[in-house]
Ligand binder design. Sequence first.
Ligand code: ZN
Length: 52
Amino acid sequence: MFDAHWPTRFPLIDFGLGIACVQCTRDAKATVSDQMVAWPCAVVEKAIANAP
Ligand SMILES: [Zn+2]
């Protein structure tokens, strides 16, 4: 799961100003910063919450 949901910057979308989840932002087909999914995304937060 964490293989795909890594934090990264998207210089082409918001000039690299914010950190967003690679997988979720790609899934959302984000083209503007409002569509980017901030990291940690829901998937990662859930995984962290469920971690032993
Ligand atoms: Zn994600």
